[in-house]
Design a protein around this ligand. Sequence first.
Ligand code: PTT
Ligand code: SF4
Length: 610
Amino acid sequence: MFGWTGVFLRVDLTRNEAVAESYDAGMALNFIGGRGFAAKILWDELELGIDALSPENKLIFAAGPLTGFGLPNSGKLVVASKSPLTGSYGDGNIGTSAAVQMRKAGYDAVIIEGKAETPVVLHVKNDVAEFIDAQDFWGLNSFEAEAQLKLLYERTAGVVSIGPAGENLVRFATVVSQEGRAGGRPGMGAVMGSKNLKAIVFEGDNEIPAAYPEDMKELSAAGYREILTKPNFSFWKRQGTVSTVEWSQENSALPTCNFREGVFENADKIGGFAMEKIKVGNRGCPQCNMTCGNVVKDSGRGETELDYENIVMLGSNIGLGNLKQVAALNRVADELGLDTISLGNVLGFAMEASEKRRVPERIHWGKFKETKALINDIAYRRGFGDVLAEGVQTAAAKVGRGAEDWAMHVKGLEVSAYDCHAAPAMALSYATSSIGAHHKDAWVIHWEVQFGRESYSEEKINKVIEMQRLRGGVFESLTVCRFPYAELGFELEWYTKYLHAATGRKMPFNTLIYDADKILNLIRAFWIREYASNWTRDMDFPPVRWFKDPLTEGPLKGSMLDALKYNVMLKKYYRKRGWDERGIPKKSTLKKLGLSDEANELEQYVQLSE
Ligand code: PTT
Ligand code: SF4
C-alpha cells in the first residue's frame, strides 16, 4: 500500500507487550484513517457495556493517509476511546509532532489495551517499543512531563502526555502535547490515566510510503504558497480563532454566565484586539504555515496559547473580563490536562448553583482566585471539585431540584462556545454531533446568521448534514486540520490531489463523502448499541435552557428555541439521514453504506426498521 503504512501497533499494558499488526487495503479504503479507523476498531473490539475507565477499554491514536508527509496542516492525530463522560464513542483531534513521528515510526494507529501495574511511559522508536517506569513522572503536570521526556530523548521526539487531571480520572481530562495543544474532550486523558499511562514518546526514521513522492513534494510546496496568498491570511496570523469573540458578541452568540446570555459587558476586554495587546508570538501544530496558537503573557509569569473556545469558556461564560487572568486559567487547565470547554461549563454551572443557593459552597462570577482554586480542586478531586470532576450532567443530577435544566450538555458532553438561544441549526448540530455537544462536526452558526436565524427550514438541515459529512467525516478521517479550508478558503481539490500523490489512487470527493457517511453511521450504531433500550430521541435534544430561559439582554432579548419546531426539524433530519423516528439507522441505510455486518450485530440489541 502507498499512503498508508498498513500497520497498527497493538500495545498491551497489562502484559508489557507491543505487536505490529498488518491490516488490509479494505480497512484503509473503507475507513480512510483517524476517526474512521478508531470507530471501526472500537466497534469491532470493545465489549459492550464495559466501564470506560477499566482495563477493558481501548485508547486509540490514529492518523490518516496524509499525516506526516509534510503537506500543509497535516500534523494532526485523532485520539479516541469509549468516553467516561458520555458512555459512548468519544474522540478529539490534537495537533502534535507525535502524529508525524508515529507515522515515521511505521504506524497508522496505535491501539492501547489493558492497564499497567504501575505508571509507565511508552516509548516507540521505529519497530522497538519499550515500557519505561514512570513513578517519577506521575504527579508532574503535562508541561513538566513533556519537558523531562524531551531531555531523555531527542528534541524532535513527539510526546503526548496527561496531567494530574488524567491521573485522577477527571471525566473531561484531555491528552496534551507541546505545551498547549490538547485533544480528546470527552475524557481521553482520563482513559489514559486509568491505564497508568503517563505519556507516549514517538520517534521515527522511516519514509512514509508515497505513490508519487516527487508530486507530493511539489504539491506540498505549492499548497503552502497558495495558503500565503489567501486574503484572510495576515489577519488570521494576527488573531486566529480569537476574532470570533467580537463576532459572537455582535450576534448574541457569546456564552455568558453559564449560557444565560449571548452578550457580555466586557467582551471588548477579551476579544481579538485585546488579545493582540498581550500577544508575544504564534505557535501551532507541526507542518503548518498559518500557525494560529496566540501566545500571550498571562497574569502570572507564564505564557499560554489562546483560542476562541478557551477564552470564552474561561472568560464570558464565568463572568471574567480580564484577559490576562483568563490566560492564566487557560495555562492552569493545560498544565493539569483539563478540557477548557467542559471546565468552563462546570465552573459556570457551579457559580450559578452557588448564586441560586443550591450548594453550600460560595463561588462567585468572575472571581479569579476562587476560580483558580476550584480548578485545582477539580483536577485533584477535592471537595466540591470532586463532584464537578464527574462532568456537568452528573453534577446537576447530584445538585437536583431542576439543576438539570441549566446543565449545558448533550449526551453528557458539555456544549462548546456558541450560544444557541437564537440558532436552531447550530443547536441541531450540537444535538446530533458524533461525540456530544461539540462544534467540530458542523460549525454552522456563521452561515446560519447570514441565512436567517429564526427558521427551522430544510436548508438548515441540509447544511448541518453537509458540514457533518465534510468536517466530521472527511477531515476527521483524513486527519488534517480543517482551518485552511474553513477559515482561508483553501480549495478542497487540494486534498484529492494530495490523496492521489500519497496513495496512487483517485479518490474523488463523492467517494470520500460516502465514506464519511459510513463512518458517521457506524459511530451512531456504536451509540445505539451501548445505550440499547435506554436510547431515546431526547438524547438528540439540545440543553433545556435554550428552550426555557429566554435571553434577557442584547439585540435578541426575548429569544429562545421553540421545542415543537425543533422536534419537527429533528424528525426531518432523521428522515434525510435514513434513520427511523427513534433516530436509529434503518437496516437499508446501513446496508447501503456497506455496514451489513454491523447492522446484523446491532439487531441483537435493538429492532431495526427496514
Ligand atoms: C478541541 C477543543 C477546542 S476546538 C479548543 S479551542 W478551537 C479547546 N482547546 C483547548 C486547549 O487549548 N487547552 C485545553 N486544556 N483544552 C482545550 N479544549 C478545547 O478543545 C485545535 C485547533 C482548534 S482550536 C480547532 S477549533 C480546530 N479543531 C480541529 C478539529 O477538531 N479537527 C480537525 N481536523 N482540525 C481541527 N483544527 C483546529 O484545531 P479536541 P489542537 Mg484540539 C490550548 O482537541 O478534543 O478535538 O477539542 O487540538 O491541537 O489544540 O488544535 O477554537
Ligand atoms: Fe494547528 Fe492552527 Fe495550523 Fe490548524 S491552523 S494546523 S490548528 S496551528
